[in-house]
Design a protein around this ligand. Structure first.
Ligand SMILES: [Zn+2]
Length: 253
C-alpha cells in the first residue's frame, strides 16, 4: 500500500510493548487516526522530537491492510510555537485544548476546521500577557469547538427566536446549555440562571474576541461565564477532563 502524508497534531502517545508507541494523530487532511510508531521507544533518532504534542508535524504513514492501526514511517516537525512550553500556565491551557479535541473528535469527521483552531491556539497562547488573557483564549477555544459541533450556547441572541441580547431586559441562560432565552421563549418551569450584564459582555467577547472585553475586574463575571460554558462542554464530553482541572487550579485571576 502506498504511503500518505498530512500535517498532523499528536493528541496522545501510549507505549506499546518494549519497543513501539501507539500514536493518536489529528491530520488536517486525514482526520483523526491511530498509528504504530515502530521502535520509537528504543531508537530516539527514529522520530526524534517530533513524537510529542504541541507542535505541527508532517507525518508520512501507510494505511492498515486490516484493522485500523496505520504505520508511521516518518515524522518531521513542520511548525513549532516558540514560548508555548516556557510557562506552565501556557502549557496547561494548550494541554487542555488538546485534551478537549482528543476526548471529543472522532475518526471520520472532517478535521480541517478543528485543526486550524488548535493551530491558532498554540500560536496565540505565547502572546498572552497575563492569566486573564490565557483564560479568555481557552474559553474562546471551547466556544469555537462547541460551535463546530453545533452545541455552542446562544449568546448574542435568544436561542429560539433570535431576539438580540441587547433588547432583553435580563440575560437568562437555559440550564440545559442551549444559551440565552427571552421571557417569551422560556417554557413554563424551565430552569434558567440570570447572569449579570458584565458577564454577558464577557461572553460576547469570549465568543468573538473582536467584541471588547469589559474593562472592570472580571473575577465574578469569569466564574459565571464559566458555568455557562461548562454546561455545554459537559454535554459533549463523557469523561473527566484532568487538564481542565489543572488549568483551573493553576491559572487564576
Ligand atoms: Zn426568544
Amino acid at each position: 500500500m502506498s504511503s500518505r502524508h498530512s500535517p498532523c497534531f499528536i493528541l496522545r502517545t501510549v507505549a506499546y510493548g518494549e519497543r513501539d508507541v501507539i500514536v493518536t494523530l489529528l491530520g488536517r487532511d486525514s482526520g483523526r487516526f491511530a498509528a504504530l510508531a515502530r521502535s520509537a521507544r528504543t531508537s530516539r533518532k527514529r522520530f526524534g522530537g517530533a513524537l510529542q504534542p504541541l507542535r505541527m508535524v508532517e507525518a508520512i504513514y501507510t494505511p492498515p491492510t486490516r484493522g485500523d492501526l496505520h504505520t508511521l514511517q516518518e515524522l518531521d516537525v513542520s511548525e513549532d510555537y516558540p514560548g508555548l512550553e516556557d510557562r506552565l500556565e501556557l502549557l496547561s491551557a494548550a494541554s487542555y485544548a488538546t485534551e478537549l479535541v482528543r476526548e471529543t473528535w472522532r475518526e471520520g469527521e472532517d478535521a480541517r476546521a478543528i485543526f486550524e483552531l488548535l493551530r491558532q491556539l498554540y500560536a496565540f497562547l505565547p502572546r498572552c500577557e497575563d492569566n486573564l488573557d490565557i483564560l479568555c483564549l481557552a474559553h474562546h477555544f471551547e466556544l469555537s469547538l462547541l460551535n463546530l459541533y453545533g452545541l455552542a450556547p446562544a449568546i448574542a441572541h435568544c436561542a429560539r427566536c433570535a431576539a438580540p441580547a441587547d433588547t432583553l431586559p435580563r440575560a437568562r441562560f437555559a440550564r440545559s446549555g442551549e444559551g440565552l432565552l427571552c421571557e417569551a421563549c422560556r417554557h413554563a418551569g424551565e430552569a434558567v440562571g440570570v447572569i449579570h450584564p458584565i458577564t454577558l459582555q464577557l461572553l460576547l467577547h469570549l465568543e468573538d474576541p473582536r467584541n471588547p472585553r469589559p474593562s472592570v475586574p472580571l473575577e465574578d463575571a469569569l466564574a459565571q461565564a464559566r458555568r455557562v460554558i461548562d454546561t455545554s462542554v459537559d454535554s459533549l464530553v463523557t469523561r473527566t477532563l484532568p487538564a481542565r482541572d489543572m488549568l483551573r487550579s493553576l491559572v487564576t485571576i
